[in-house]
Design a protein around this ligand. Structure first.
Ligand SMILES: O=P(O)(O)OC[C@H]1O[C@H](OP(=O)(O)OP(=O)(O)O)[C@H](O)[C@@H]1O
Ligand SMILES: Nc1nc2[nH]cnc2c(=O)[nH]1
Length: 179
């Protein structure tokens, strides 16, 4: 058990397990997109930046990056349900094969909103990859194509995931016990 800013946390998924999970995810994605040129990876900032860069370096084809910020947690541990697009993509996705990369799916509200928005822009295909999934928390159903690990209903941090903007830099995933 470790402590930072009065928040205690303990390792749930080690750095080594993260690497193994990424290897499996990348193999599935490489197989799905064999022969596709310039797959567009869309990362939802800020959380997904860590998994997206680690995943991209395991992909065999040439991939392009774009990013979007959609926030609904506003610093807390519960989704407000009010999903805001804070920053949009830099480029058009019309006719592109798009893989949306997430760090975690919880209620599904963020992805559902972003997925609808991206589909309305006419991509050639749109699939979803998430490193972590909490299926027991789902409020809005959303189709997920690639899942790294399913976890129980616990608030986790590290590997891009924050608690009040802290802990994103941890190289492992930990569960927190807020003060
Ligand atoms: O399935 P949901 O209940 O919608 O939750 C999942 C979303 O919550 C987190 O983002 P957050 O809004 O905390 O922003 P962040 O990526 O900047 O941490 C996470 O990165 C997902 O995007
Ligand atoms: N940091 C963090 N953000 C989330 N967003 C939705 N679920 C979670 C979670 O467990 N941890």
């Amino acid at each position: 058990m470790s402590k930072f800013n009065e928040v205690t946390y303990e390792v749930m998924i080690s750095e080594q397990e993260i690497g193994e999970t990424l290897d499996t995810l990348a193999a599935e994605i490489n197989s799905e997109y064999a022969g596709v040129d310039n797959l567009l990876l869309v990362g939802l900032l800020k959380g997904s930046v860590v998994v997206m860069t680690d995943l991209a370096r395991r992909l065999s084809g040439d991939v392009h990056f774009d990013f979007m910020t959609a926030s609904s947690y506003h610093g807390g541990t519960e989704s407000t349900g009010d999903v805001k697009i804070v920053m949009d993509l830099a480029n058009s996705i019309r006719g592109r094969h798009v893989l949306l990369v997430e760090d975690i799916i919880d209620t599904g509200r963020t992805l559902s909103k972003v997925r609808e928005l991206l589909l309305s822009r006419g991509p050639a295909s749109l699939k979803i990859c998430t490193f972590l999934d909490k299926p027991s928390r789902r409020v809005v159903e959303v189709p997920v194509d690639f899942v790294g690990r399913e976890i129980e209903d616990e608030f986790v941090v590290g590997y891009g995931l924050d608690y009040a903007e802290s802990f994103r830099q941890l190289p492992y995933i930990a569960k927190v016990n807020p003060a």
